[in-house]
Design a protein around this ligand. Structure first.
Ligand SMILES: CC(=O)SCCNC(=O)CCNC(=O)[C@H](O)C(C)(C)COP(=O)(O)OP(=O)(O)OC[C@H]1O[C@@H](n2cnc3c(N)ncnc32)[C@H](O)[C@@H]1OP(=O)(O)O
Ligand SMILES: O=CC(=O)O
Ligand SMILES: [Mg+2]
Length: 332
């Protein structure tokens, strides 16, 4: 674990380095950390699988996550780092945002991942950190990222997606999030999303996975609640049975109803199904717009509650309708 004094030293070194903008982000330069990005499908791909990475621009995913962690065998970690770094520079990902999942802090591999990836000229806009479990490892991550950034000539800022996938991580969630927010004041990252890692979580608590996912219910809702409390996007689990597209549709629609803003995809077949599930349907948007208008009329008449298309409407339902209209607007 990095001591506070080491962290402060590294932060100081970072703050005095050159800031010539020689590099760029691999998607949407200039939009980083300012504009809300829809991240409905986050398509994972093994970092050492060049053939699959080269297919990404044809798949119309909101976000690709090139993986250096569990999709990569221990003997291929170095190959994955080199391939990801090269792909960042060689592939035009078009509208698809680029993220990289590094190994967990606990693995001892995260430093080398960061140092390698930061050699790319087109840096990823987001870093995905798996198996987040403690305040101390977030301090180590921040110190390591600051050290790695100090080696390059630009001042990037990364969106951070933290994956919660253990009982310990979920039980420590609030202090972890508070620490990340305070570290991000002095570090080149901004926490943007929480993701739920169902497969590691099931292994951690000794659960058996089912298509209905009732064994994940409490943990998923904890992730959504924490994400909303901290103003973050919430990314639901990977449905690994990728040929079962009917179940995927049901699972993705359920995630959207729970308040998740997106979902992990592992196969191209899943991308359109997930993106559709996390987009409000045109009929719902028309319904929401009508409701908002009716609400305003009733407010002018001094009525807080009224009936609209057979349902009782009051302020919280107005807020839900406003969410729907807003999410349609950002996805355009
Ligand atoms: C629990 C977790 O940690 S989830 C996150 C980590 N897991 C991952 O990253 C896994 C990502 N997914 C994959 O690697 C693959 O989809 C697999 C291994 C599951 C199946 O791969 P394949 O056997 O090649 O599947 P399939 O033959 O159906 O693929 C159809 C086409 O889509 C491509 N494809 C498959 N998955 C992906 C992907 N994730 N990204 C881009 N292209 C892909 C294949 O290359 C193939 O095209 P090709 O014939 O031109 O090569
Ligand atoms: O990392 C993802 C998971 O499900 O585990
Ligand atoms: Mg995992």
């Amino acid at each position: 674990m990095a001591s506070r004094s080491k962290l402060v030293r590294v932060l100081f070194q970072t703050s005095v380095r050159l800031s010539t903008p020689l590099r760029s982000y691999c998607s949407a330069p200039g939009q980083h950390s300012i504009i809300f990005r829809p991240r409905r499908a986050l398509l994972f791909v093994a970092g050492n699988d060049e053939r699959k990475i080269c297919k990404i621009p044809t798949l119309d995913a909101d976000c690709v996550v090139m993986d250096c962690e569990d999709a990569v065998a221990p003997s291929k970690k170095d190959e994955a780092r080199k391939t990801v770094t090269r792909m960042l520079d060689e592939v035009d990902f078009g509208r698809t945002e680029c993220a990289v999942r590094i190994n967990s802090v606990d693995s001892g591999l995260a430093d080398d991942d960061l140092l390698a990836i930061l050699q790319a000229k087109n840096l990823p806009s987001a870093i995905v950190l798996p198996k987040v479990e403690s305040v101390e490892e977030m301090q180590t991550f921040a110190a390591n990222l600051n050290t790695a950034v100090a080696e390059i000539e630009v001042n990037p800022t990364f969106d951070l997606f933290a994956i919660l996938e253990s009982a310990k991580g979920l039980m420590n969630l609030q202090p972890i999030l508070q620490e990340i927010v305070s570290l991000s004041d002095m570090s080149p990252f901004r926490l943007a999303a929480l993701a739920f890692g169902s497969e590691d979580f099931a292994a951690d608590i000794g659960a058996s996975r089912t298509s209905e996912a009732t064994e994940l219910l409490y943990a998923r809702q904890m992730v959504v609640l924490a994400a909303k409390a901290f103003g973050l996007q919430a990314i639901d689990y990977a449905s690994v049975d990728f040929k079962d597209t009917e179940s995927l549709k049901r699972q993705a629609e359920e995630g959207a109803r729970f308040g998740f803003t997106g979902k992990v995809a592992i196969h191209p077949l899943q991308v359109p199904i997930i993106q559709q599930a996390f987009s409000p349907s045109p009929e719902r948007v028309v319904w929401a717009r009508g409701l908002i208008q009716a609400f305003q009329q009733h407010q002018q008449e001094g009525k807080g509650v009224f009936m609209y298309e057979g349902r009782m409407i009051d302020k919280p339902i107005l807020l839900q309708a406003q969410n729907m209209v807003q999410s349609e607007a950002v996805e355009k």
